[in-house]
Design a protein around this ligand. Structure first.
Ligand SMILES: [Zn+2]
Length: 300
């Protein structure tokens, strides 16, 4: 738990790869507001313990920045809190988490904890904007309007404290993953994030940073989309394109094999098919080939 503004905290889980996301806490006069609930019980219990060590105020509100399991899996540990999210987040979470065998294949190290998960849906939803007035604090929620990382992303901004929690609209030094996203829109959402008057940016994955770190990620998305377009036009398969694209500095970012789902998603975008789900088994097999061994991959 790191204090990033007066009584504003980031809970950073080191390394930021598959399933390892960040969370946040805002302590107001009349209660605390938590941002994201992490994934499996062992993680969320540690988060809740860290919150209790930080404040005695009850957690009145939990914000989910999007529906992915590594941000909502722990919702049930915030009993009594109002859970706030975008309409798209609630809709995407309502059918439940992905099937157990798929999760266990994606993230084998958490396999024994996945059967313990229960979906708890947000109880208050919003469209594009919402302001939470917690005591004298203002917490501004914003949804990009269209799918970026997912259909229901939200950023959480404290204008007075100049702190921005981006959810998975920002990944710092971990390869961003767009398997349910829209890279063209994600670039625009990242541009909007770069317009915030924020000194500290808490990404969904990876270390704390500032706008320069978000810009790195944005530039990755721009590179992938531009290079994917050339190869799409040349009739190259997504997997060949993923192998062919030179990632430069991004090759050293964690989970570089996410280039494949990102290229697959760009191809869907070019075809106007981002409303269709991705072929997940094909994606996983391709990522395993790119990585050279079966392993764990994704944030779901
Ligand atoms: Zn995510």
């Amino acid at each position: 738990m790191v204090e990033v503004g007066p009584k504003v905290f980031a809970y950073v889980q080191a390394t930021g790869e598959t399933g390892i996301s960040n969370a946040g806490l805002v302590v107001a006069e009349d209660g605390a507001v938590a941002i994201d609930a992490l994934m499996v019980p062992s993680m969320t219990r540690k988060l809740v313990a860290a919150i209790k060590k930080t404040t005695r105020k009850p957690i009145g509100t939990l914000i989910n920045t999007h529906h992915h399991l590594d941000h909502t899996g722990g919702n049930r540990f915030f009993r009594g809190a109002t859970i706030v999210a975008t309409e798209g987040c609630r809709e995407a979470l309502a059918p439940g988490f992905p099937p157990l065998p798929l999760l266990q294949r994606f993230m084998p190290r958490f396999a024994t904890e996945f059967p313990l998960l229960k979906v708890v849906l947000p109880t208050v939803t919003f469209g594009d904007r919402l302001v939470i007035h917690a005591g004298t604090r203002e917490i501004h929620l914003w949804h990009p309007g269209r799918a970026a990382h997912t259909v229901g992303d939200a950023t959480v901004f404290l204008p007075k404290e100049r702190v921005l929690f981006t959810g998975d609209i920002a990944f710092h030094y971990v390869t961003p993953l767009a398997f349910q996203g829209h890279i063209g829109n994600w670039i625009k959402a990242a541009d909007r994030v770069l317009g915030y008057e924020a000194d500290v940016i808490v990404p969904g994955h990876g270390p704390l940073g500032a706008k320069k770190d978000v810009k790195h990620m944005r530039d990755y998305l721009v590179l992938v989309r531009r290079e994917a377009r050339k190869r799409f036009d040349a009739g190259m398969s997504p997997e060949d394109a993923a192998r062919d694209i030179k990632l430069g500095v991004y090759a050293s970012w964690r989970e570089a094999e996410r280039i494949l789902p990102n290229v697959m998603r760009c191809y869907q975008e070019f075809r106007g098919e981002t409303h269709l789900p991705m072929d997940l088994p094909r994606m996983l097999e391709g990522m395993e080939r790119l990585r050279g061994r079966p392993s764990e991959h994704t944030c779901v």
